[in-house]
Design a protein around this ligand. Structure first.
Ligand SMILES: [Zn+2]
Length: 451
């Protein structure tokens, strides 16, 4: 069979791996490229094969960098089935719709301001195109083996990370291939630890944090301290987070801190139009996370959930101390930018960064100490206190990644490292070779291998 890497190779976004066996084509994930402009431009490039010639898409989880290219795939002729876990169906639908709205709004704004280089700016896909993906989803149960063909089977098993996230085992031509998808941390407060594979011939592992060990820190205590310090300065805490990234974990920690009376009675605000919908996915998929229904309900009561932009504006102009969780997590777009426009210049603002920040994003610039930030074409001085809580990441660190490979009973023929920038992937490759003596490689974008 042939394996072709057409996204998420040498980068953390745009995840797409194409498998070709006996005339059957299977795409593992269909993600959108994000971050640096040359990467984002890849979203406009055609696939190396006709979308109509792909038979199946298997989705590891519902993050945009894993499912965000589906509307283009479908609009260009893909008519096969898209298999994933049931929470992933819900999350992916939300994410695609949200992404399409953002695309449409950005194109509209560019056309109004005539900032687009092309004559007319077009959205990558429209809301209508995003909706056309929905009928193709097929949900699979945890650990259930499904037959894609008489000879090809697939099995989805939990990878932690976010609700519904799975690793995928694909058996074809008598060989077992395992795709890790994004792996969560073993001790996540809401998600179960990733399930470790026992046997595989070829393993495709993410390497986002391949060169990092998350610090051992008391995240709850850190949040408590930042919230209280900012409150005493009459300031605002802003936590950029995508609705399905760390938002629920932060909600959980804030709820616990409130219960223990460790943080003040100020507004705790979730400002993302998807916030409520994602909580509903938690309610309806209770076996996919550690909370009971009543805990979900209790947690929710602590927060003011904003879905209307008018309320966003009111909240922004309300100068009282508050804690705001708003999308997007890497500050590439979304409501968080409106908050930053007003609050980033203030010394009594604390900006708490909790997720992975890809190259080229505002989040990465801020972590690297940017003194000014460009928002909607204007520069703002960064006077806010910018803090990163790395251990809150939804991603496994180097230790977790190595640990995920620790239960293999036989030596795999090869390990491919995906979903990482060059340095992290290479450091992980060296560690895996040192620790396990496995043959390990970092495929290049558009590389094809025969296995
Ligand atoms: Zn992810």
């Amino acid at each position: 069979m042939k394996v072709k890497f057409i996204g998420g190779a040498g980068t953390v976004t745009g995840s797409k791996t194409l498998i070709e066996s006996n005339g059957i084509r299977i795409l593992i994930d269909c993600g959108q490229f994000q971050g640096l402009k040359p990467l984002r431009e890849l979203n406009w490039e055609p696939l190396p094969v006709l979308p109509s010639s792909i038979d199946f898409v298997l989705l590891t989880h519902g993050h945009l960098d894993h499912c965000g290219w589906l509307p283009r795939l479908v609009s260009q002729g893909f008519r096969g089935k898209i298999y994933c876990s049931s929470p992933t169906v819900s999350i992916a639908k939300l994410i695609l719709l949200d992404s399409a709205k953002i695309q449409e709004e950005e194109a509209e704004r560019a056309n109004k301001e005539k900032t687009a280089k092309h004559e007319i700016a077009e959205p990558l896909y429209t809301v209508e195109q995003a909706q056309e993906v929905s009928p193709l989803f097929r949900s699979v149960k945890h650990n259930e083996t499904i037959m894609l063909d008489a000879e090809i089977s697939a099995r989805f098993f939990g990878s932690g990370h976010i609700i519904g996230a799975c690793s995928i085992e694909l058996i074809l031509e008598g060989k077992t291939l395992i795709f890790s998808g994004d792996l969560g941390q073993d001790d996540d407060v809401l998600m179960f630890p990733p399930i470790k594979p026992k046997k595989a011939d070829y393993i495709f592992v993410e390497s986002t944090y391949g060169n990092k060990i998350h610090p051992e820190e008391d995240v709850k205590l850190l949040l408590e301290t930042y919230i209280n310090n900012t409150y005493h300065k009459d300031g605002t805490v802003i936590i950029p987070s995508f609705a399905v990234e760390r938002a629920q974990t932060i909600m959980y920690l804030i709820w616990q801190l409130k219960l223990e009376d460790r943080i003040p009675n100020i507004p705790y605000i979730i400002d993302t139009p998807m916030g409520v919908d994602v909580l509903n996915v938690f309610y309806s998929n209770l076996n996919w996370h550690k909370l009971s229904k009543s805990e979900c309900e209790e947690m929710r009561k602590v927060f003011t959930i904003i879905s209307d932009y008018k309320e966003t504006i009111e909240t922004i102009y309300d100068n009282r101390p508050k804690v705001v969780i708003a999308a997007s997590g890497m500050m590439t777009g979304g409501r968080v930018l409106s908050y930053l426009e007003r609050y980033i210049t203030r010394a009594n603002t604390t900006l708490v960064i909790v997720g992975y920040q890809a190259e080229g994003t505002r989040g990465r610039k801020l972590i690297e100490g940017a003194k000014e930030l460009k928002i909607f074409g204007k520069y703002y001085e960064v006077n806010a206190n910018v803090i990163e809580i790395e251990s809150l990441s939804a991603h496994a660190d180097q230790k977790d990644l190595l640990n995920w490979l620790s239960e293999l009973e036989t030596k795999p023929q090869k390990i491919f490292l995906l979903h990482g920038e060059n340095q992290p992937a290479d450091e992980l490759r060296i560690k895996i070779q040192e620790k396990y003596h496995y043959d390990c490689t970092i495929p290049l974008m558009y590389q094809e291998v025969e296995i």
